[in-house]
Ligand binder design. Structure first.
Ligand code: NAD
Ligand code: TYD
Length: 351
């Protein structure tokens, strides 16, 4: 079967990557979607059981830092486009283990860029799309928004490693004329997020009557975007974005952590049929995260004005959908928290 495009999506077994794979596989049967993922603790092929047998989907268990293995995948599928999401993504882990973030996020990205450059030679019809984060811009005060022109000012090993990878992608555009686009997105939420991140962790803790560890005073602000809206923005930028450009993606949905948690607690009381105020009792203020960025907020007007994208899901609707999804997917949550998901897929793919 010949495909119109052979698109390599890295990190497709993770949270955002699995939503993007689902969207691309279903919407574009004329494209072959190759999911390249090392299946680290954050990769879970259970996120993709509904598309795993589609004729335009294929999976390769490969580590992006391994040049030979990445090269072999380019050759096997004649890859013409890359959408790169594979990364170590959790700030707290980057504080305890920064080297892993340098290896995957920096070196892994440069390996991919280098393999693409050498394999493609001629750049006509090619694209390297790098998925990044708003955290590269650092932190905001009470007012203002991150624009595409905001100077980089990363504060955590995670954001520093993502900033570094963004710089390399731009360097390949300027030095070698490689066609690239970059998007920097705010905090995502929704189904299939690993329960070390705020929302799935707190939903699971509330369900099991466990403490909700709020860092510092909880007065940190994040701009929350429904994960399928991020995937739809990537689709738009992949098809309509201008090479060399950066696009900010955001939800226009700012919440302080503590207000977000209060809202979540109310929703969870309703969903679990508990008396109002029950879940709130679980809130526990704990020691702050070192280097904790005060506020992130995105100006996504370039994406709206130039490419016509806007978020579709707002709060509280999106938060209610999220709470319901985790409560209804008990097996998924239990497989992840027990580690069973890893044992099964590691055995299958390492054999
Ligand atoms: P995630 O941690 O859920 O998934 C990361 C995926 O990458 C996993 O499937 C993992 O197995 C894979 N991976 C890790 N190291 C690898 C390696 N060496 N080789 C191959 N695969 C590897 O992450 P996510 O939240 O889905 O984020 C995806 C991307 O989006 C990241 O680049 C992240 O920086 C960016 N981003 C995330 C958010 C967010 O709110 N989660 C916001 C903006 C941008
Ligand atoms: P997180 O989901 O880790 O995303 P990021 O750090 O990339 O924004 O955290 C979101 C916010 O919630 C952040 O300000 C840290 C805070 N937080 C807590 O207060 N307690 C927690 O247990 C976690 C995981 C996060």
């Amino acid at each position: 079967m010949t495909f119109q495009k052979n698109i390599l999506i890295t990190g497709g077994a993770g949270f955002i990557g699995s939503h993007l794979i689902r969207l691309m596989v279903n919407k574009y049967p004329e494209y072959r979607i190759i999911n390249l993922d090392a299946l680290t603790y954050a990769g879970n092929l259970e996120n993709l059981t509904d598309v795993e047998n589609k004729p335009n989907y294929t999976f390769e268990k490969v580590d992006i830092t391994k040049m030979d293995q990445v090269k072999a995948v380019f050759e096997k599928y004649d890859v013409d486009s890359v959408i790169h999401l594979a990364a170590e993504s959790h700030v707290d882990r980057s504080i305890t283990n920064p080297m892993e973030f340098v290896e995957t996020n920096v070196i892994g990205t440069v390996v991919l860029l280098n393999v693409a450059k050498n394999y493609w030679k001629d750049f006509a019809g090619k694209l390297f799309y790098h998925v990044s984060t708003d955290e590269v811009y650092g932190t905001l005060g009470a007012t203002g928004l991150f624009k595409e022109t905001t100077s980089y000012d990363p504060r955590s090993p995670y954001s520093a490693s993502k900033a570094s990878s963004d710089h390399f992608v731009r360097a390949y555009f300027h030095t070698y004329d490689m066609p690239i686009v970059i998007s920097n997105c705010s905090n995502n939420y929704g189904p299939y997020q690993f329960p070390e991140k705020l929302l799935p962790l707190f939903i699971n803790n509330i369900k099991h009557n466990k403490a909700l560890p709020v860092y510092g005073d909880g007065k940190y602000t994040r701009d929350w975007l429904w994960v399928e809206d991020h995937a739809s923005a990537i689709d738009v930028i992949f098809h309509k974005g201008v090479s060399g450009e950066t696009y900010n993606i955001g939800g226009n949905n700012e919440w302080t952590n503590i207000d977000l948690i209060y809202l979540l607690c109310e929703i969870m009381d309703d969903e679990l049929g508990r008396p109002k105020g029950t879940s709130k009792e679980l809130i526990t203020f704990v020691k702050d995260r070192p280097g904790h960025d005060k506020r992130y907020a995105i100006d996504a007007s370039k994406l709206k004005n130039e490419l016509g994208w806007e978020p579709s899901v707002k709060f509280p609707e999106g938060l209610i959908k999220t709470a319901k999804w985790y409560l209804n997917h008990v097996d998924w949550m239990e497989n992840v928290t027990s580690g069973a998901y890893q044992a099964y897929y590691k055995k299958q793919y390492d054999a």
